[in-house]
Design a protein around this ligand. Structure first.
Ligand code: S3P
Length: 452
């Protein structure tokens, strides 16, 4: 059943020989930060390659509501920032739609200001835990009004002067780390974040690029201590956003499982905090050639040539989860076509994404004939390399729960399954990968959304 009158079901069918060269849109994490830091920094920031997905556009609107001037000229986004410490009080609630990153990082950024800011979002975002951000903000002196269980809507009011804190991040979360650091930008003195397990480091790298006084020390056990001096000057930058490895994952897995495929994906971000999926797939026997490794704007990027491959099941260690946290749904699809059993461990954070991804994936796999078992924080998938019997001949639709990555993962599954795979909604794919249908069909995939 469709989720509501605005939903748009989609179906993918068995395809062969995906081929061609594509570029996926800009990285979502870097795009959010580019608009936020550009909107905050003094002077002009120019961004090319920005992801123009709904999540990122909502962050842009929030920055505009707090005084940043943002316009697009040709392919370039030009931001005139307010200067660190000079955000304006938003006159209306800031609506972040589906976006955890936009809402949580902005709570850190503006929550410590001595005025009121209100945060709202869609049904998915309103179910997600915000206590992980609100707890450190409370320690910095922020007053919080929120719905039961620290969910959206949330209203924040910062103190006259925020207190810098030393905060040990209790779960592997780049959003929590980032929110505390961004709050620290407007607190006098040194804010310190201790990160026991390294997560994506875009905030640290980009803030340093904008001129923040920030240092990172890593001890022998890999524990990172990030120190930021508050109330410094940030200046506008030129940013070229590389292609999103999390969006890359969909055509990449499609090419691996669809027989006869040979595709190239250009300009993909290869920051080591984001490449866990490539490593895992290579261990499973994937033919992924990493071409033209280069440095662009301080980040590693490369082109990926991907050919269909005979995959085998492996155990994916829990320590790898932070470097591929958004890629498990599509990895589970790859595992459904691998010879043998794949075991994925350390998945507790999947339960609090745009949906409970662990149960959404297990439910979707079962609906389409895959033998799998959902644990508290693990997933076991027994694959069927030829795709025989997979898919749903009766046309039953996967429930996507407003989760773009669930929708895209199962559409990829349909390209190699004997029967079609259908999802109940595809509208939310526009939050992160608006070009998904165009790019996939350009490669030769048989994939269609119903007419609205
Ligand atoms: C993100 C961090 C991750 C990731 C999300 C983007 C970021 O979330 O899942 O898609 O840009 O900082 P967590 O911090 O909750 O792990």
């Amino acid at each position: 059943m469709p989720q509501d009158i605005h939903s748009r079901p989609a179906t993918a069918r068995r395809s062969t020989n995906l081929s061609g060269t594509i570029r996926v849109p800009g990285d979502k994490s870097i795009s959010h930060r580019a608009l936020m830091f550009g909107g905050l920094a003094a002077g002009e920031t120019r961004i090319t390659g920005l992801l123009e997905g709904e999540d990122v556009l909502n962050t842009g609107r929030a920055m505009q509501a707090m005084g940043a001037r943002i316009e697009k000229t040709g392919a370039e986004w030009i931001i005139k920032g307010v200067g660190n410490g000079a955000l304006l009080a938003p006159e209306a609630p800031l609506d972040f739609g589906n976006a955890g990153t936009g809402s949580r990082l902005t709570m850190g950024l503006v929550g410590v200001y001595n005025f009121e800011s209100t945060f709202i979002g869609d049904a998915s975002l309103s179910k997600r835990p915000m206590g992980r951000i609100l707890d450190p903000l409370r320690q910095m002196g922020v007053q919080v009004k929120s719905s039961e269980g620290d969910r959206l809507p949330v209203t924040l009011h910062g103190p006259e002067t925020a207190s810098p804190i030393i905060y040990r991040v209790p779960m592997a979360s780049a959003q929590v780390k980032s929110a505390v650091l961004l709050a620290g930008l407007n607190a006098p003195g040194i804010t310190t974040v201790i990160e026991p397990v390294m997560t994506r480091d875009h905030t640290e790298k980009m803030l340093a690029g904008f001129g923040a006084a920030l240092s990172v020390e890593t001890d022998r056990d890999g524990v990172r201590t990030i120190s930021l001096e508050g109330q410094g000057r940030l200046s506008g930058q030129i940013i070229d956003v590389p292609g999103d490895p999390s969006s890359t994952a969909f055509p990449l897995v499609a090419a691996l499982i669809v027989p006869g495929s040979d595709i190239t994906i250009g300009n993909v971000l290869m920051n080591p905090t984001r490449t866990g999926l490539i490593l895992t797939l290579q261990e499973m026997g994937a033919d992924i050639e990493i071409l033209e490794r280069r440095l662009a704007g301080g980040e590693d990027v490369a082109d990926l040539r991907v050919r269909s491959s005979a995959l085998k099941g492996i155990t994916v260690p829990a320590e790898r989860a932070p470097s591929m946290i958004d890629e498990y749904p599509v990895l589970a699809v790859a595992a459904a076509f691998a010879d043998g059993t794949t075991v994925m461990l350390g998945l507790e954070e999947l339960r609090v994404k745009e949906s409970d991804r662990l149960s959404a994936v297990a439910e979707g796999l079962k609906l389409n004939g895959v033998d799998c078992a959902e644990g508290e924080a693990s997933l076991t998938v027994r694959g069927r390399p030829d795709g025989k019997g997979l898919g749903n001949a009766g046309g039953s639709q996967i429930r996507t729960h407003l989760d773009h990555r669930i929708a895209m993962s199962f559409l990829v599954m349909g390209l190699a399954s004997e029967h079609p795979v259908a999802v109940d909604d595809s509208t939310m794919i526009a939050t992160s990968f608006p070009e998904f249908f165009d790019l996939m069909t350009r490669l030769g995939a048989t994939i269609e959304a119903e007419d609205c």
